[in-house]
Design a protein around this ligand. Structure first.
Ligand code: DGY
Length: 303
C-alpha cells in the first residue's frame, strides 16, 4: 500500500468520531472506514471534499449513507467474497454451540461446577439431519447452506427476494420459501444472513418469531437491527423458542443485560470475519478497489 499511496493509519483501532471523519474527507483522496466508523447522511451535507472514494473495509455498509455519498460524487466500495466462508463458519459455530449447549458446558466446567458424567447431563439436540432455514440467500447464506447440507446432511429452506437459479437450488436441495413465516415455522434452526436495510430492519420481530417452535433456534451473524432484540428477549425468556446464537446487536457494543442473563443464548462480540485470512484478504480487496479507481478504472466492488 505504502508504495502506491501516502498512508495515514488509525493505529489505535478506535472508531473515528464524526469530526475526524469529516476532516478526513477534506484531507485525503481516499477514506477507508470500517463498521464502527459511522458515516451518516449529515456527514456528506457539506460536499466539496478532497476525497473521491470511500473504500469500506467490510462487506456490510449500513454504517455509510451510500446514496448521500454518491450524490456528492464519491465512489463507495466494499469487500464481498473474501469473508464469506469466515462468516458462514461462525454461523455454523453458533448453531453447533447452541444445539450442544457448549457455552453452558464451558461455563459450568470453568466455574468448577462439573460433578462428573451422568446420563442426563446438559442434553442438547442433534444438528445432523435437521432443517436449517436461511433468511437471505446471498453469498454467506449460500456458503452456510453448503456447509450444513453437505457437512451435516441438513435440509435447507431459504427465504430471499428471489429464488436461486434452478441448478443451484437442486445442487443444495434447497427449497425456496416465498413466505418468511413459512420458513420460520418449518425450521429447526433459522439463520439470518440478509443485509441491514430499511426493508430488513426488525424483520425478525414479535410477529415473525411467533411462527417459530419452542424447540427451534435463531442465529444472527448479519446485522443486529434485522432482529428486534426486545421481542427476541421476550421469546427466549418465555421459552417460546429454544435459544439464540448472536454475533451482532442492535446497539453495539452494548449487549442487553437480559440477554447476558439468559443461559439459552450464545453471545459473540461481532467476530464474523475475524480470521487472520479473511481480515488480510479484506485489506487487499480495499486496495484492489483503490488501485483500480486511481488507475481510472471502475473499482470491482463499486456500490
Ligand atoms: C462486515 O464485513 O460486514 C463485517 O460485519 C465487519 O464489518
Amino acid at each position: 500500500m505504502a508504495s502506491n499511496f501516502d498512508v495515514t493509519l488509525n493505529t489505535d483501532d478506535k472508531a473515528m468520531s464524526m469530526e475526524q471523519l469529516a476532516q478526513s474527507l477534506q484531507e485525503y483522496d481516499a477514506v477507508c472506514p470500517c463498521v464502527t466508523d459511522s458515516m451518516p447522511e449529515s456527514l456528506f451535507a457539506a460536499g466539496d471534499f478532497k476525497a473521491s472514494i470511500i473504500g469500506n473495509y467490510g462487506v456490510g455498509y449500513n454504517h455509510i449513507a451510500v446514496d448521500a455519498a454518491k450524490e456528492k460524487g464519491l465512489v463507495v466500495t466494499n469487500t464481498p467474497d473474501v469473508l464469506t466462508d469466515a462468516t458462514a463458519d461462525l454461523a455454523m459455530t453458533l448453531m453447533l454451540m447452541l444445539a450442544r449447549r457448549a457455552g453452558e458446558g464451558e461455563r459450568q466446567l470453568r466455574a468448577g461446577e462439573w460433578t462428573g458424567w451422568y446420563p442426563t447431563h446438559l442434553m442438547g439436540s442433534m444438528v445432523t439431519g435437521k432443517t436449517l432455514g436461511i433468511v437471505g440467500m446471498g453469498r454467506i447464506g449460500q456458503a452456510m447452506a453448503e456447509k450444513a447440507h453437505f457437512g451435516f446432511g441438513m435440509k435447507i429452506l431459504y427465504h430471499n427476494r428471489k429464488p436461486l437459479p434452478e441448478n443451484e437450488s437442486r445442487r443444495l436441495q434447497a427449497e425456496y420459501c416465498a413466505e418468511l413465516t413459512w420458513l420460520m415455522s418449518k425450521s429447526d434452526f433459522v439463520a439470518v444472513h440478509c443485509p441491514s436495510s430499511p426493508l430488513t430492519k426488525n424483520m425478525i420481530n414479535e410477529k415473525t418469531l411467533a411462527y417459530m417452535r419452542p424447540e427451534s433456534f435463531l442465529i444472527n451473524t448479519s446485522r443486529g437491527d434485522v432482529v428486534e432484540e426486545k421481542a427476541l428477549i421476550k421469546f427466549l425468556r418465555k421459552k417460546l423458542i429454544a435459544g439464540a446464537g448472536l454475533d451482532v446487536y442492535e446497539n453495539e457494543p452494548t449487549v442487553p443485560q437480559e440477554l447476558i442473563d439468559l443461559d439459552n443464548v450464545v453471545l459473540l462480540p461481532h467476530l464474523g470475519s475475524a480470521t487472520e485470512e479473511a481480515r488480510e484478504a479484506m485489506g487487499m480487496r480495499v486496495l484492489d478497489n483503490l488501485n483500480a479507481f486511481f488507475n481510472g478504472e471502475d473499482p470491482p466492488d463499486k456500490l
